[in-house]
Design a protein around this ligand. Structure first.
Ligand code: 5AD
Ligand code: SF4
Length: 462
């Protein structure tokens, strides 16, 4: 009999992508194979994101679309997982509007997937198993990672910061760090398998280790990980300015392996808004931190997240955000319209979402325009430099061009010699052109890495 097939659609952040890899690993152990499209799957899992309303609308829309497929193939199973499952209204909504869903589970019990699928076969109604809080950290789950040389490794789950706009502390629970030894063991085995670009993950990696006994910090962990042979690049995401320590800055500055990309979400430039957001730092503290980072790491790539239109944001508050962006001169910024999330403190405030949508959008446009100009200028200074680029694949738009990234996560398009397959190789590239969102250049030397044992499918060489 042919093996059953699964298909997973993942929304949201890298934590969710990693969770999907763990679901895939368990399914593979149960004898499932990956399907390349929904129509050939016996099981579809929708791994959802709740961070903004738009992410939720996409997932709800997708679940709705799958109704037709379920009608055509009633034996197909449909599961909803991830952050939306953890929200109070989701199960009721699904029961009312999406009764074709067979299983709902959350972020705290993905290790129980085999048992849950078994339960689905024993019940006619929707099986719902969402845990309110997390249990102990579960180690040694099987996982099916992406092909290539890049791997995500969880180091801390959850978040204790409770920013007033954010749903994550509710959907992902309190902070739980993994033991250093477990992380080192996992990275050692990844390096042996040929993974060379390791990204350690957490909602707030900077608070890593405070809950361990003895307590350790992210600097200690990164120093352990950079000792591992075979690890070429070491990255981390995501950070909180409050816990970004001087010691960590020193560790990054002194390291060849740890990325010189610092992503420091500022969210807003005015102290009044930062206070209402419960960010626990001031504009002045943040700017001091950025100064420290720039002094210690002169070639740093700085990026941030900014929310526009938070409740109470006045034109003056917003101008302080623009002013901060002009002062810091980020390489790039991820900018978002404020989206009230049910269950968060800000969503309970009077007026709920008082900045009118057209005002929010107009502010967002001004912010993006400013940032694009700065990104373009920041990229110009790389022209003429030779950067090591990890080639990830062919450019989507032009098969005569490779697409890759620098250690600082800048996208680089590289002119391609069809006689040479450079996928998953680390290649020196001379930068010849710089745009707002990417750099372009030419191969300027032999790949520094051996052919990876984890190669993807061979490309047809044209
Ligand atoms: N509305 C808009 N943006 C949000 N973010 C988190 N919560 C919200 C919200 N309710 C943004 C923050 C965060 C990024 C991952 O998403 O900028 O850093
Ligand atoms: Fe979205 Fe946050 Fe959940 Fe990641 S942790 S999937 S960003 S809500």
């Amino acid at each position: 009999m042919a093996s059953p097939k699964f298909y997973i659609r993942t929304y949201g952040c890298q934590m969710n992508e990693r969770d999907s890899q763990i679901m895939a690993g368990q399914l593979q152990q149960m004898g499932y194979e990956r399907a390349d499209k929904e129509t050939s799957a016996d099981l579809i899992i929708v791994n959802t994101c709740a961070v903004r309303g738009s992410a939720e609308e996409h997932a709800f829309g997708y679940i709705g679309q799958l109704k037709q497929l379920k009608d055509e193939k009633p034996q197909m199973r449909l599961a909803v997982a991830g952050c939306m499952s953890q929200e109070p209204g989701t199960v009721a909504w699904l029961k009312k509007h999406a009764s074709h869903v067979d299983l709902v589970f959350g972020t705290h019990n993905l290790h129980e997937l085999p048992k849950l699928l078994d339960e689905v076969e024993q019940h006619d109604e929707m099986v719902v198993d969402v845990w309110k809080s997390a249990g102990e950290v579960v180690e040694h789950l099987p996982s099916q990672r992406a092909e290539g040389v890049q791997a995500f490794v969880n180091i801390i789950y959850g978040c204790d910061k409770f920013c007033t706009y954010c749903i994550v502390p509710f959907t992902r629970g309190k902070e739980r760090s993994r033991e250093v030894a477990a992380i080192v063991e996992e990275v050692q085995s990844l390096a042996r398998e040929g993974y060379q670009d390791i990204t350690v993950l957490g909602q707030n990696v900077n608070s890593y280790g405070h809950d361990l006994n003895p307590a350790v910090d992210l600097g200690d962990l990164l120093q352990e990980l950079e000792k591992i042979d075979g690890v070429r690049w070491l990255r981390y995401t995501t950070s909180h300015p409050r816990d970004f320590s001087s010691r960590l800055i020193e560790v990054i500055a002194a390291s060849e392996k740890i990325t010189h990309h610092v992503h420091l979400p500022v969210q807003a430039g005015s102290n009044a808004i930062l206070k209402r957001m419960n960010r626990k730092y001031t504009r002045e503290h943040y700017l001091d931190l950025i100064d420290q980072v720039k002094r210690a790491i002169p070639d740093v790539t700085l990026t941030t997240d900014i929310i526009v239109g938070f409740p109470g944001e006045t034109e003056e508050d917003f101008e302080q955000t623009l002013d901060l962006v002009r002062t810091v001169r980020y390489d790039a910024a991820f900018t978002f319209l404020y989206s009230p999330r049910e269950g968060t403190p800000a969503a309970r405030w009077e007026g709920r979402d008082p900045v009118p949508n057209p005002v929010k959008k107009e502010r967002l446009n001004r912010l993006m325009e400013l940032q694009y100009q700065i990104s373009w200028e920041a990229n110009q200074r790389l022209i003429g430099r030779t950067e090591l680029v990890l080639i990830e694949g062919l450019s989507k738009k032009n098969p005569n061009v490779w697409a890759g990234r620098t250690q600082s996560n800048k996208v680089v398009l590289v002119a391609r010699d069809p006689a040479e397959d450079l996928i998953d190789r680390f290649v020196p590239v001379k930068i010849t052109e710089a745009k707002t969102f990417y750099l372009a250049g030419q191969v300027a030397g032999k790949p520094v890495s051996d052919v990876s044992p984890r190669r993807r499918v061979e490309l047809p060489l044209v």
